[in-house]
Design a protein around this ligand. Structure first.
Ligand code: CA2
Length: 147
């Protein structure tokens, strides 16, 4: 079971600014927590953070034979039809994660181009959302493997 964790623009700044919104953990801290949880499940994980839309689209296409994606596309969530099309075209189950509760913030954060093409969203639980997304994908993929 192979799961790719994708993070979009500015998420490389986590832990350095706006901790009241995004938490104290750096992206590297979060990746360690995800990797540890993945090991418990026997899942292979890989990570990609990019500030560039096309790099994220390329990664989605290149991992089309992987089993699941966890994606926090950052602000591209609210603008990127290209990332939505990429997820939709590869047909890999994806969970959309947001650290903050986007629905309690500015109106422009309420709409996600990804929401129609992902399996589901985990929103507003900080870094724990990534762990929940991993558990949910593991549960789904394990059940699918049983047939
Ligand atoms: O809540 C989330 O996870 C977001 O995806 C974060 C994005 C924001 O545009 C989305 O609406 C919701 C922003 C990521 C910026 O990350 C920063 C981290 C530290 C300091 C400044 C920005």
């Amino acid at each position: 079971m192979r799961i790719l964790v994708l993070n979009g623009p500015n998420l490389n700044l986590l832990g350095r600014r706006e901790p009241e919104i995004y938490g104290l953990q750096t992206l590297a801290d979060i990746e360690v927590l995800i990797r540890n949880r993945a090991e418990e499940h026997g899942i292979e994980v890989d990570f990609l953070q990019s500030n560039h839309e096309g790099v994220l689209v390329d990664a989605i296409q290149e991992h089309r034979d992987w089993d699941g994606f966890i994606i926090n596309a950052g602000a591209l969530t609210h603008t990127s039809l290209a990332i939505a099309d990429a997820i939709s075209s590869v047909g890999v189950p994806a969970v959309e994660v947001h650290l903050s509760n986007v629905h309690a913030r500015e109106a422009f954060r309420h709409h996600s181009y990804l929401s129609p093409v992902v399996w589901g969203q985990v929103v507003g639980f900080g870094y724990r959302g990534y762990l929940a997304a991993l558990d949910l994908l593991y549960d789904r993929l394990s059940r699918e493997a049983l047939g």
